[in-house]
Ligand binder design. Structure first.
Ligand code: NAI
Length: 340
């Protein structure tokens, strides 16, 4: 029988499993002959032995695959790390070279993230989160719920890749004016690029859609917020450390920034995705931001749609199948490429 026609049966240890992961991974896994063994624990040096007897591990953003974990996986005979996300900053790619293959899901649904950004903006601008709580308590007063029209307002979009461009399309549908800034502007753009300073000084709403790099770390800091219009709103669905949280809190306290929609937070890794109710919050900045009436925080949820989960499972399963069938995979993250 030709190698490509063989039935594939593999076992993958699935770390940091959440109930919403299982339906799509089971459906696509069953079709491809891949059995996912689900563990609630995150992958780290203490949990790595759970992968014993498996062909690979499937991990997410807060699992740890450092040199020590990679060596332990290698000793267990694990062949691959299948990331079910785009980012790979939690994997020591260079150390994995020659020991394990690492592959990822480069894109799933830009609509999920862009639509969540707009959902947060509409919620905060029209106070629907407050209205929902009021009417459940039979409080039908409108006092304090005055919003503003998005139509005619200027939105400044930083990062015009897959998500930024979908967000721009949605905003134009609302009749908003769009300004954009990107370090690598798109050649086929049908919107206006400007420099970062002009964008910050001119926009009523600034939305971040760039990756976290050395260049973009704290792209909105005290100086950045200082340049923004008084009363302007900021949206961050990208990575927490794009914003200096302390500077944002000060800008909110001084009434300079009118509102903030945050799906990500720079110290989120031990907090987000988990039920922390009943715990004492150690992070004073986060606690203060959460209590601000004009700050809306969601827990890194922008990706969480049925469509995105399905696309993530489909690509992960296809990566695993391709790798075990052909010995390589188009979505592999290679150490050689990183050093170019
Ligand atoms: P992409 O790679 O398609 O686009 C990123 C854009 O940022 C590119 O146009 C790039 O040229 C631009 N860029 C790079 N460096 C820049 C700089 N220094 N200044 C300004 N622009 C710069 O990425 P995509 O798919 O649009 O994702 C954007 C971000 O969204 C990701 O980096 C990720 O952090 C975040 N994300 C968040 C999710 C969530 O659930 N909250 C889910 C998925 C992605």
């Amino acid at each position: 029988m030709h190698r490509k026609d063989m039935e594939i049966t593999m076992k993958y240890a699935f770390f940091d499993a959440k109930p919403y992961d299982k339906p799509s991974f089971d459906a696509f896994g069953d079709k491809a002959g891949i059995k996912f063994k689900y563990f609630e624990a995150k992958l780290d040096t203490d949990t790595v032995n759970l992968a014993k007897g498996c062909d690979g591990v499937c991990i997410f953003v807060n699992d740890t695959a450092n040199a020590e974990v990679i060596d332990a996986l290698h000793e267990l005979g694990i062949k691959a790390i299948a990331l079910r996300c785009a980012g790979f900053n939690n994997v020591d790619i260079r150390h994995a070279d020659g020991k394990l293959a690492v592959f990822r899901v480069p894109a799933y649904s830009p609509y999920a993230v862009a639509e969540h950004a707009l959902a947060m903006l509409l919620t905060l601008v029209r106070r629907t989160h407050k209205a929902y709580i009021r009417t459940r308590d039979f409080n039908f007063s409108l006092n304090g719920l005055t919003g503003f029209d998005l139509h005619g307002r200027t939105v400044g979009v930083i990062g015009t890749g897959r998500i930024g461009r979908v967000f721009i399309d949605i905003c134009r549908g609302f009749g908003m004016k769009v300004l954009a800034y990107d370090k690598f502007p798109a050649k086929d753009a049908d919107f206006r690029y400007t420099d970062l300073d002009t964008l910050l000084r001119t926009s009523d709403i600034v939305s971040l859609h760039c990756p976290l790099t050395d260049d973009t770390y704290h792209i909105l800091d005290e100086a950045g917020f200082g340049k923004m219009k008084k009363g302007a709103y900021v949206i961050n669905t990208s990575r927490g450390a794009l914003i200096d949280s302390e500077a944002l809190l000060e800008a909110i306290k001084s009434r300079h920034i009118g509102g903030a929609c945050l799906d990500v937070y720079e110290e989120e890794s031990d907090i987000f995705f988990e039920d922390r109710s009943g715990h004492i919050v150690d992070d004073d900045t986060l606690a203060r931001l959460i209590f601000m009436p004009n700050v809306l925080i969601t827990s890194h949820q922008a990706f969480l749609t049925e469509d995105a989960l399905e696309a993530i499972a489909e690509t992960t399963v296809s990566n695993i199948t391709e790798f075990h069938r052909d010995g390589h995979c188009q979505n592999e993250v290679k150490a050689k490429v990183l050093t170019l």
